[in-house]
Design a binder for this molecule. Structure first.
Ligand code: GLN
Length: 486
């Protein structure tokens, strides 16, 4: 097997047995990047020298018996995560030259665990989008079909893991941005419970929804990465104080006796037939393994999209006020222009169209006289959506369904139709509104060879249930062994 085809677990095993060194593995992945990046464009910044230094240090640490849980494994990270000394753009021209003076909490954890940083992954600007076409630096391409989108906003991250230019990674999910690109790229993407992973150092989009989580080739690898990044952080007041369980212990639990809810609202008109078939076949596999499929209803699902597109832009409009051309980021200063001109010039030249659209929507929804009608109402709808899930989880242990309405669409196909683009996330948004954990697991391919994902959703802090279901599914199937023809 080529180094770029390895799972995280396989790489760690080879490193532990000294069959490969971290330097060798890193060199192999850097060579893979040279071969695939011209066509995939998963990276915005590469750090080959830093990676080789870190790889050497990892090899030395391992020789001394001081190997952390990810010691010597090379990977890139979504460019929404602050990395000390390494440019962090968030996919935006406004942060084109921003070099953070600190690491995000989870980046510090990954470094402590011994990861080797290859660079930063492309994404939709400020994580707003479903295709990476909103990146300020050109889109990423789907490794399974270079004319298709990889999904978004963590599209570069999912594409990199699929292409083998990262042996694992971390993305973020505000309305589906881990699970949707994972499903389109045939990899595993897990959004943990809101608060499970600290948001410190994660460039904010919508603070009540944002959550970071693993993107990997297997469910077992997702458990290993989550183990490293989960946990309480006093620097993030919304990070959860709950103890972190041993996630790997959940992998072998199986699904016998588990009740899996199948929401009627997730199998509706507009769901692509190939997606429906693959997802139903996956559910049948879980049933054969001893799970019981239970029809359920999440009656307010229809309102999730509308509520999300009030709440997320409202929070974004507030969070993005900090890019004013004064403190950091792009600053456009014309001679003889005043302070207001500097704000206006910096923001209108620095932000792309979608970001500006969201700031306008959000500012409108929060403005005096409209606040109650829009933001207030959306908050009430959010409560109803959360109650739907609470009621469902009185009957079932987890919920299964599709991740996206269709396999990856073509680059350019929806870029001029924001509403169509927003609809990519109809099945993922509601879990963010409710703060629940969810995962996408590869469950098949379309006739054109594009990957399809199965979504698994569980109650708050029941990541272990998701891991158990996902691992049982991967035990019985081999979709996750397939690699794109790159
Ligand atoms: N596609 C959704 C949006 O554009 C979700 C993005 C995300 O999860 N970051 O807002």
């Amino acid at each position: 097997m080529e180094p770029h085809e390895l799972t995280l677990a396989q790489a760690l095993e080879l490193l532990a047995k000294k069959e490969v060194s971290s330097v060798e593995l890193t060199q192999a992945l850097l060579a893979r990047m040279e071969a695939t990046e011209p066509s995939v464009n998963a990276y915005l910044t590469t750090t080959p020298e830093l990676a080789l230094e870190q790889a050497q240090a990892a090899d030395q640490a391992r020789a001394k018996g001081e190997a952390g849980p990810l010691c010597g494994v090379p990977a890139g990270l979504k460019d929404v995560l602050c990395t000390q000394g390494v440019r962090t753009t968030c996919g935006s021209k406004i942060l084109e030259n921003f070099v953070p003076p600190f690491d995000a909490f989870l980046v510090a954890r990954l470094k402590q665990a011994g990861m080797v940083l290859l660079g930063k992954h492309n994404m939709d600007e400020f994580a707003m989008g479903s295709s990476t076409e909103n990146s300020g630096f050109g889109p990423s391409h789907n490794p399974w079909d270079l004319d298709a989108i990889p999904g978004g906003s963590s599209g570069g991250t999912a594409a990199s893991v699929a292409a083998g230019t990262s042996l694992f990674s971390v993305g973020t999910d505000t309305g589906g941005s881990i699970r949707q690109p994972a499903s389109h790229c045939g990899v595993v993407g897990m959004k943990p419970t809101y608060g499970r992973v600290s948001r410190f150092g994660l460039v904010a989009f919508a603070s009540s929804l944002d959550q970071a989580g693993p993107i990997t080739r297997t469910v077992a690898d997702a458990a290993a990465v989550l183990q490293v990044i989960a946990g309480h952080d006093p620097a993030d007041s919304t990070s959860a104080p709950q103890p972190v369980p041993d996630y790997s212990a959940a992998l072998g639990r199986g699904v016998k006796g588990l009740k899996l809810g199948v929401p009627a609202e997730f199998f509706v008109e507009g769901l692509d037939q190939e997606v429906e078939q693959s997802v139903k076949a996956a559910m049948a596999v879980l049933e054969q393994q001893g799970a019981e499929l239970v029809p359920i209803s999440l009656p307010h699902t229809d309102y999730a999209l509308a509520a999300y597109y009030i709440i997320a832009p409202a929070e974004a409009s507030s969070n993005l006020a900090r890019y004013d051309g004064v403190k950091y980021g792009m600053s456009v200063r014309r001679e003889e222009a005043g302070l207001l001109d500097m704000y206006l010039d910096s923001r209108s030249q620095g932000f792309g169209d979608e970001v500006i659209r969201r700031i306008m929507l959000g500012t409108y929804a929060l403005s005096a006289g409209y606040y109650d009608a829009y933001y207030g109402k959306a908050g009430q709808v959010r409560t109803l959506i959360r109650r739907d899930f609470d009621q469902a989880f009185e009957q079932v242990d987890a919920i299964v369904g599709p991740v996206t309405p269709s396999p990856a669409f073509g680059l350019g196909q929806k870029v001029d139709d924001p509403l169509q683009m927003y609809l990519s996330d109809v099945f993922t948004l509601s879990t963010n509104l409710a703060g629940l954990p969810g995962m996408s697991v590869p469950c098949g391919f379309s006739a054109k060879g594009l990957p399809i994902g199965l979504q698994i959703i569980a109650p708050h802090f029941a990541e272990e249930t998701i891991l158990a279901v996902g691992a049982a599914y991967q035990e019985a199937t081999d979709h996750h062994h397939k690699r794109p023809p790159l």
